[in-house]
Write a protein that binds this ligand. Sequence first.
Ligand code: NCD
Ligand code: ZN
Length: 349
Amino acid sequence: MVSELTIQRPNDMHLHLRDGDMLKAVTPHTSADFGRAIIMPNLVPPVTRTDHARAYHQRIMAAVPKGHAFDPMMTLYLTETTDIDDLVNGVKEGLIKAVKLYPAGATTNSDSGVRDVTKIMPVLEKMAEINLPLLVHGEVTTHEIDIFDREKVFIETVLDPLRQALPDLRVVMEHITTKDGADYAAAGNENLAATITTHHLIINRNHILVGGIKPHYYCLPVAKREEHRLALRKAATSGDPRFFLGTDSAPHTTSTKENACGCAGIYSSLNTMSCLTEVFEQEKALDKLEAFASLNGAAFYGLAPNPQKMRLVKQQEPVSYPATIEVGNETVTTFDPGYPLHWRVENLD
Ligand code: NCD
Ligand code: ZN
């Protein structure tokens, strides 16, 4: 039985750090365990221009504790009026690493998102030309489509036609939650990849709804049936280079989640690597953890693995993480996998 494992320092290829007090509170948890993270741009107002991203990058770096090797990889929020020259300059400067597409109204702070895909074709053509990845929140927002079907319908009606129209565009299907998503990504070419969160490998929709509503398990895309969770586990532990970790850690205060209209988002940065190792152990795939968490994502973005290493050590006594962290006068509730964690994380040089 394996009780110790050393992997290259991981990367989180989909992360929400927010701003202000929240940014200061959560950034150290990511920078402790991850060498890089793809930073989501859905602030209020969203990060739509290179100068916004540059200023945000500085605020993030100011929140990284001394001694943490951490590279926040900045993204721009795609709108129907994205300035192509500004984007190209941001890429040339080495600051902008990808562009995020939110269908308008799909999720938290997505009101400025895209309503009409034909309006963004010129930006997408430019991105295909300069090899800049498009990160998609893959859910339709048409009100007559059931929330549990929105990912599948997005793939059929938006993503697939888009990829056919622009085969050279590099696309990441962010936080896939369905077997349909996993199958579509696995059937794709080298221009397609998909991130998978830690929590979607652990919870299905029953965790949210059975025995009372559990707002801390609510996120978007919402967790689906068990068969989908199992398909995600298979994809994540397959070693297939198209699948990699994007935690989608998305902190909201406890009071805005435990609310009559609770926010979508799960805060998992603090204990993700311990949770994830447990999942890979359950799947008898500890040898695939490094590919999923540390190698595949970096490779898709054309980067070498981080030079540092992480050691994961299995211990008898459960590893404990705080159930909440403090942010100003509020708290943020940490993801609870629902079982004790036994893998301790040690960051090495
Ligand atoms: C994210 C957030 O809170 O910013 N919420 C979530 O449920 N994942 C937005 C997103 O990634 O959809
Ligand atoms: Zn997200």
